[in-house]
Design a protein around this ligand. Structure first.
Ligand code: 5CA
Ligand code: ZN
Length: 409
């Protein structure tokens, strides 16, 4: 499917820095050293209740990854999926008496609009689960042939025992895995499975639900994890640089995805770093579709909030922390945006070269956006109190904020 248009990324003076980022699988830092082409897969939305501020915060984190790499003059191959068929989407369509295809299309269109307004750089490949089905079927067939998958009443399960590295992404103990599996789309209680954690690769057609021709698998639809694996392997191959998503995807989604891919290829790792963004909450609870405590980007836009202020509100929080959306967070961002815009609206100002380096340093240090904002705040404060004589400095600052933070002043 088509993605959304890219805003231009200005080139900056000096040299970009390599990204050091926290990797869930080692619970430590890795300094990524991609070649001329950096490769990243970010899990996309399941298209209903999009785009809430939790989604926006997670995509903001991975947009920064892209921007740091672009600043090092690398190309970025960025792939994102849309889970346009899955249980939660079908359940929502049924609840609302709506056609699931129409729901998915409308919500994906809204997501594109929100991403465009927020100046998130688009993926090169934006792929729906439905369009990936012809690529998924042969992978499941191969897993069966390799003894890494088995049938249970017509459904096909992946055997986690097939991957010697299973468990290394999330590093959770068996009990924690079991609880999370039940909470996040798995079925550990189903009798007859080899291991209660084994996830579904292919669901045999159920009455009243959409299904596709699965060749030797029979009619059905794909499981969730194999969807992302098929798309990532097709467009990026093994050993890509970053697998990204919110922290609720570490287990089971990214754990199972890595195991599927490793069992399929015999290679390790699937991704060099597994990067997870914290959860955004509202009124003390994680913002989630199931709880319904959502604030939408599109609602704020309709109310006249500048998308640049929304983006600054996201950037004010470190991507790994869990944080709460409040009216005050937005008010602070609106105020900061006004201050920055006033500061760059003069022909000269305090020297900008050091600021460019400070923003680069902050972002290369595990995407420390709050530190980057603080650096720009200091420059703007100097401009306000003492002014400066460097001609063109405000323009450099403006381009830095645009290129590295995605905020157009
Ligand atoms: N389609 C799958 C991924 S393949 C999915 O998880 N879709 S989603 O619509 O539920 O979430 C999309 C992304 O937003 C995921 O990376 C998820 O971790 C992230 N996300 C969901 N809720 C929040 C939240 N409250 N705060 C931060 N990120 C969130
Ligand atoms: Zn995914």
């Amino acid at each position: 499917m088509h993605a959304w248009p890219a805003s231009e990324v200005p080139a900056l003076p000096g040299k970009g820095r390599d990204l050091s980022i926290h990797d869930t699988s080692t619970d430590g830092r890795v300094t990524l050293a991609p070649g001329p082409v950096a490769r990243i897969y970010v899990c996309g939305i399941t298209p209903y209740d999009a785009t809430h501020l939790g989604h926006a915060a997670t995509y903001n984190a991975f947009d920064l990854v892209q921007r740091v790499w672009l600043d090092t003059k690398r190309q970025v191959h960025y792939v994102q999926n849309v889970t346009d068929v899955d249980d939660p989407l079908l359940e929502r369509a049924t609840r609302d008496g709506e056609d699931w295809v129409g729901l998915a299309e409308r919500e994906t269109a809204l997501f594109r609009e929100d991403m465009t307004a927020l100046r998130m750089l688009p993926p090169r490949h934006y792929i729906g689960a439905v369009e990936a089905i012809p690529g998924i079927v042969p992978l499941v067939e191969r897993l069966i042939e390799a003894g890494a998958a088995y049938e249970l009443d017509g459904d096909i399960y992946f055997s986690v025992a097939a991957d010697p590295h299973f468990g290394e992404v999330s590093r959770l103990d068996a009990e924690a895995m079991r609880l999370l599996s039940a909470e996040r789309g798995g079925d550990p209680e189903r009798p007859g499975k080899k291991n209660p954690l084994d996830p579904m690769l292919w669901l045999a057609a159920r009455p009243g639900e959409p299904s596709w021709d699965g060749g030797t698998l029979g009619r059905g639809r794909p499981g969730w994890h194999i969807e992302c694996v098929a798309i990532a392997l097709d467009h990026l191959g093994m050993g890509f640089d970053v697998q990204g998503g919110g922290s609720d995807l570490a287990f089971p989604h990214h754990e199972m995805g890595a195991s599927h891919a490793q069992a399929l290829t015999g290679e390790h790792p699937f991704a060099r770093a597994y990067v997870h963004a914290g959860m955004v909450g509202l009124d003390g609870e994680k913002m989630s579709k199931s709880k319904g405590n959502l604030v939408f980007v599109s609602t704020l836009r309709r109310e006249g909030v500048d998308p640049a202020a929304i983006r600054l509100a996201l950037l004010a929080h470190h991507y790994r922390s869990d944080w709460e959306w409040t009216d005050q967070v937005l008010r602070d961002a609106v105020e900061r945006l006004a201050r920055w815009r006033a500061a760059v609206s003069r022909p000269d100002g305090p020297p900008a070269e050091a600021l460019v380096e400070e923003v680069r340093e902050a972002l290369s240090d595990d995407l420390d956006a709050p530190a980057a904002l603080a650096a720009v705040d200091r420059w703007a404060a100097r401009q306000e109190t003492a002014g400066g004589t460097e001609e063109g400095a405000p323009g450099v600052v403006s381009r830095t904020v645009d290129a590295l933070l995605g905020v157009a002043l």
